[in-house]
Design a protein around this ligand. Structure first.
Ligand SMILES: C[S@@+](CC[C@H](N)C(=O)[O-])C[C@H]1O[C@@H](n2cnc3c(N)ncnc32)[C@H](O)[C@@H]1O
Length: 286
């Protein structure tokens, strides 16, 4: 089961109004959606995700509040369509929780994890075209090294890319993890393939481009007085959110509510280790 992160902080910064309309852009298994829905009377929450299987689970997990929830399957680029489908032009709050869900990361069939063997997939949306297997087996060595270096912030990217190209075709997660492990020795606590897997996941799902799209669309979808709350887990993403919110502040389009990112409380980190790198930022639209 996926445990939603920073629930109290999300609710505080969204400042839910019972008659308000909300957009959970990354509904996952429905943890935050459920918390928002419970606080509504006449309001609505649109639960969006690009992962159809997760949405199906969210639907089951939130069944008690079904009358207040509209589900939408799509990427961030399709969010205006999600609003239109619900008969809305704007919402009073938008939440994005940018991590992959625990379900995605741990189901071997989804191919995100090097802890169990599975196909090299890593697509959050299984109807999308490109898989990690395509990237690993068909990208030129230099481009692969650049990708692992830039998205995985992996200093040993060249060595890893060379080893991958020599070992092709690579068909499974454990096969890839083994190739990386033999190419670069373990230096610390982390498995040596951690950053390579992260880079591939980001590339397969075009996560950087998607976040740019979200940051461009969100201010237009949230009504004056409404809030945008974004939780990120990587410095690359938090930097983008910080910059986008700062420029909204400079242009007097929004008020920044979090001068510094809000971090989970110690007790949450001790109960849910996955929350430890979460950073929450919020703005209120003018
Ligand atoms: C951390 S999970 C969300 C968990 C959720 N807040 C909960 O409490 O259950 C992040 C979700 O965002 C989805 N996601 C990531 N990028 C997306 C995008 N660009 N468009 C739509 N959904 C996306 C993933 O498929 C994943 O299910």
């Amino acid at each position: 089961m996926h445990i939603p992160v920073m629930v109290a902080e999300v609710l505080q910064y969204l400042a839910i109004r019972p008659e308000g309309n909300y957009l959970d852009a990354t509904a996952g298994l429905g943890g935050h959606t459920c918390e928002i829905a419970q606080r509504l009377t006449t309001g609505l929450v649109i639960a969006n995700d690009r992962d159809a299987e997760s949405l199906e689970m969210a639907r089951r997990n939130t069944a008690a509040w079904a009358d207040r929830i509209r589900f939408h399957h799509g990427t961030f680029s399709a969010l205006p369509g999600a609003l239109a489908e619900a008969g809305l032009e704007t919402v009073n709050g938008l939440l994005a929780d940018l991590r992959s869900s625990r379900y995605q990361l741990t189901d071997p069939q989804r191919g995100f994890s090097f802890l169990a063997d599975g196909p090299l997939d890593m697509r959050m949306d299984r109807s999308a075209r490109m898989t990690a297997e395509d990237l690993v087996n068909h990208t030129a060595e230099k481009a692969l090294a650049d990708l692992i270096y830039q998205l995985g912030e992996e200093r040993r990217a060249r060595k890893i890319a060379r080893a991958i190209v020599r070992a092709r075709p690579i068909r499974s997660t454990l096969h890839l993890a083994g190739v990386v492990e033999r190419a670069v020795p373990r230096t610390g606590r982390l498995h040596p393939a951690t950053q390579t897997f992260m880079a591939l996941r980001l590339a397969v799902n075009e996560e950087q481009q998607e976040l740019d799209k979200l940051l461009e669309l969100a201010p237009r979808m949230v009504a004056p007085g409404g809030r945008i709350v974004i939780i990120s887990f990587m410095s690359l993403e938090d930097r983008k959110v910080k910059e986008a919110f700062r420029s909204l502040g400079r242009e007097s389009r929004a008020v920044i509510l979090t001068k510094h990112p809000i971090r989970p409380a110690e007790v949450e980190v001790s109960e849910n280790a996955a929350s430890r790198s979460a950073k929450l930022r919020a703005v209120e639209m003018k």
